[in-house]
Ligand binder design. Sequence first.
Ligand code: FAS
Ligand code: PHB
Length: 395
Amino acid sequence: MHQRVQVAIIGAGPSGLLLGALLDRAGIDHVLIERQSPEYVLSRIRAGVLEQGTVDVLDQLGLSIRLHREGLVHHGFDLLFEGKRHRIDLQALTRGKQVVVYGQTEVTKDLMDDRASKGLSSYYEVEGLSIQGLDADQVEINAIYQGAPLRIHADLVAGCDGFHGLCRKLIPESVLRTYEKVYPFGWLGVLADVKPVSDELIYVNSPKGFALCSMRSTTRSRYYLQVPANEDITAWSDDRFWSVLSDRLDPQAAKELMTGPSIEKSIAPLRSFVAEPMRWGRLLLAGDAAHIVPPTGAKGLNLAVSDVRYLAEALTAWFKDHHDKHLDRYSQRCLKRVWRAERFSWWFTSLMHRFADDADFEQKIQEAELDYLVRSQAASSALAENYVGLPMEWS
Ligand code: FAS
Ligand code: PHB
């Protein structure tokens, strides 16, 4: 099978699917190539909180009907420390901004359904992918699809293949610069069909470790516990999970916590990572292929979306208006926003988690910073404006 397109998108997670939808609306000929099956992609439980900018782009695409029907608008969240909860009033602190709780799985499904309804070219369960010609006058992609050779020629490649993907590694070592911080802990996440313990999210700083009470709907909860980085998930029965979570909550929440069988349980490692530049020749990286943030600040998916919005604008200018102004600035434009999200996610992770070599002094300092934060309008405004998402217009 052979195809000639303007853009080849590698990876059908949120980045690749969203870019495909935006290129379709712009009339830019493209193809989507994914290693896994659609079912596998949908089985991954990831992000839960959407910034307004992410909702806006799904509105513009006409893909937010279910989101507005099923998503939960949140105007604040709680910080729990020293056994007490303090509400961060996002709406008041950001002059009316909010976030929407709507799982990444649902966003991915809405994007997949849109793509299928338009009959757009997508190759799932592709094997043996190789990409040549990123520094030549056209790119050649070879792979195996349904047991037969697949060859695609493209003008440009969008590397949307995530942290473990192929595309970032195609940038020569002499060009690529990476920055990384690996945290000594991970998040043990549980999904359960039980009523959430609170109407809003609760971020917990406890001497025994971080916890997060989130949700996917009013009947489906998503909880996380900080665990050591090398934790063995088989050591975590549901009973143990609920008992440890309850122990990190305030007395009222512990009393009201609804427990039940987990329908998904997984451990996510935490790291901060940035690869520069996000463009090399005919390759443009977007989303987790270029950067990773610890999920504390709920930035991962939203940062992928802002990359893709910039990339779609650059590709439209290139193919439709035949100017490369945005394409040339793509990497620099994304990285400004990436580093702001990296800083916030690192700061919030450092404030909320127990670090193994921390003495009691560090716990007291964290509690003092949290106490200051919930009392100071200036400090809580800074937290709120980062959490709802910084303006896309900041250059
Ligand atoms: P993705 O990793 O989602 O998608 C990349 C796609 O490329 C995958 O489908 C992969 O199969 C495919 N691929 C890889 N190599 C390929 C190849 N060689 N050929 C073809 N396809 C290939 N963010 C939050 O905001 N909150 C959270 O709570 C949160 N939890 C997370 C938990 C985990 C375990 C992980 C890994 C991430 C989490 N994130 C969270 C971040 C997550 O939501 C990402 O930001 C988001 O998935 C980024 O989307 P993509 O850039 O599309 O990358
Ligand atoms: C989630 O619901 O999965 C979630 C919410 C907020 C975060 C991280 C994850 O900061």
